[in-house]
Design a protein around this ligand. Structure first.
Ligand code: GRA
Length: 387
């Protein structure tokens, strides 16, 4: 066991930290207020290789042995600056390019991966529907086999980046009568006829567009199918198991931003003749926040480290990380708010944004309750999480 990041990863972490300070932190509040999607920053991250760490060089990646750990490290740094921008790790790597890499054929890999991980093309993945949130298999979209290809119909909701996306991984039933074996995954060109989107407003992460998608008789070529017909469940749950890592890392980043804001305030603000950090009630909050962030980060690193050893099916350990990180983000946002008081509640300072964004981590990519259920069913011996 080695608790040290490699020198290469330490350097990457520092460069992502510098990038976040320079390109994200000064603008994140304004972007959020204006619902502005900073696509140019995401393209820059793509050029810097942030989304390509686990991929081979011939596909434009950097083929790092610890490429998934690198995703966790980079995503935490970006998430510290903006929970909206960190979504890009899921749309450009963990939920899109990585699924194509793990399940696609050579032609699909060459066609899509270099453009997605460089962010020349924006990606998204579309699982959730109005009536299928936690209950994934209740989704209703269909991709009816037709000649050489398929005809896609249905609607998706809460899909990050969909309205700006060039490509989507879409989950739809090719045969509803076959139950879970009738679900398939498709790589869909979002500029196809019959695709339309509508942006949805939300409490937080407002510079990450979130949309409904409508697919109306969209003709998909035969090579849109990812893996084999019926591989949809495997690809979908496999992909969620990677995007949950992105959420966990983002949650750790956000929690850190809250801690940093609280520490700064504790040292600067004086009441009753001394800095408020001298009061034990605030020390208790700082101590709890710092310890929980450490715990969440190590769970996240462990899950990433397993994936780097080929254990992409580590649902249990990924759920531990996602669950603890989501609760830590919410906890730290709340505790920091207690410390900053009116300066936290004011929209002139970033803590109000962190507070709104923290809620997201408890909802997306499998709610906190879904993570606890996965863990509990495994513990009770009812359903093994890693399969
Ligand atoms: O027996 P069977 O043939 O029916 O197959 C079952 C099982 O073997 C079936 O799925 C199979 N399966 C798998 N197959 C291959 C399950 N896991 C795997 C796997 N890893 N590989 C049904 O399985 P089940 O265990 O009976 O599942 P369930 O009870 O239907 O559901 C379990 C559970 C609730 C945990 C699951 O559905 C789940 O994880 N739900 C949460 C969904 C979720 O995370 N949604 C997030 C959507 S994406 C998102 O939020 C992003 C938004 C923002 C953004 O775009 O960034």
């Amino acid at each position: 066991m080695d608790f040290e990041l490699s020198e290469e990863l330490q350097a990457m972490r520092q460069s992502a930290r510098d990038f976040t300070e320079k390109e994200i932190v000064p603008h994140a509040d304004k972007w959020d207020e204006e619902h502005y999607f900073p696509i140019e920053v995401i393209r820059q991250m793509g050029e810097l290789g942030y989304f390509g760490t686990p991929f081979p060089e011939e596909l434009g990646g950097s083929a790092m042995e610890d490429g998934m750990l690198a995703q966790a490290v980079l995503c935490e740094e970006i998430g510290r600056g903006s929970s909206s921008v960190r979504v890009a790790f899921n749309t450009q790597c963990l939920g899109t390019a990585l699924s194509i890499w793990r399940h696609g054929n050579e032609e699909q890999k060459r066609k899509w991966i270099p453009d997605i991980i460089s962010a020349r093309k924006i990606g998204c993945f579309a699982i959730t529907e109005p009536n299928a949130g936690s209950d994934v298999l209740a989704l209703r979209a269909t991709a009816r086999p037709d000649g050489d290809g398929y005809v896609l119909n249905g609607s998706k909701i809460w899909i990050s980046f969909a309205s700006r996306a060039d490509v989507a991984i879409v989950y739809a039933y090719h045969d509803r009568s076959a139950g879970s074996k009738g679900l398939s995954a498709f790589v869909v060109d979002m500029h196809s006829d019959g695709v339309s989107t509508r942006d949805l407003d939300k409490l937080g992460t407002r510079s990450s567009p979130t949309s409904e998608i409508s697919f109306e008789d969209v003709r998909l070529p035969g090579d849109a199918l990812l893996g084999k017909l019926g591989d949809g469940v495997k690809i979908c749950f496999g992909s969620l198991n990677q995007t949950r890592l992105g959420c966990a890392s983002g949650g750790v980043g956000l929690a850190r931003a809250c801690l940093e804001a609280a520490v700064r305030y504790c040292n600067e603000r004086e009441q009753f003749g001394k800095p408020v950090g001298k009061f034990q009630m605030n020390q208790e909050l700082i101590g709890q926040m710092a310890a929980q962030i450490e715990a969440a980060r190590w769970l996240t690193y462990r899950a990433a480290w397993q994936k780097d050893r080929g254990q992409f099916g580590n649902t249990l350990e990924t759920s531990y990380a996602k669950y603890v990180a989501a609760e830590t983000a919410a906890f730290c946002a709340h505790q920091a708010m207690k410390i900053l008081g009116a300066y936290g509640y004011s929209t002139e300072y970033p803590l109000a944004r962190f507070f709104r964004d923290a809620v997201l981590y408890q909802i997306v990519e499998g709610t906190v309750n879904v993570q606890k259920m996965i863990i509990a069913l495994d513990q009770l011996g009812y359903r093994k999480a890693n399969r």
